[in-house]
Design a protein around this ligand. Sequence first.
Ligand SMILES: [Zn+2]
Length: 44
Amino acid sequence: MYKCSRCKEPVRSGMNTVGLQCEKCGSKVFYKERPNVRKPVKGR
Ligand SMILES: [Zn+2]
């Protein structure tokens, strides 16, 4: 899952991200969306 770095529009795409372009704003800059993985922070 990728998100447009400009309008935060989620972009559905397969593995092939070559030539990917946001349908909304036409931006070609995307970032990979991270799943909610939080490392448990231990006190000390
Ligand atoms: Zn966009």
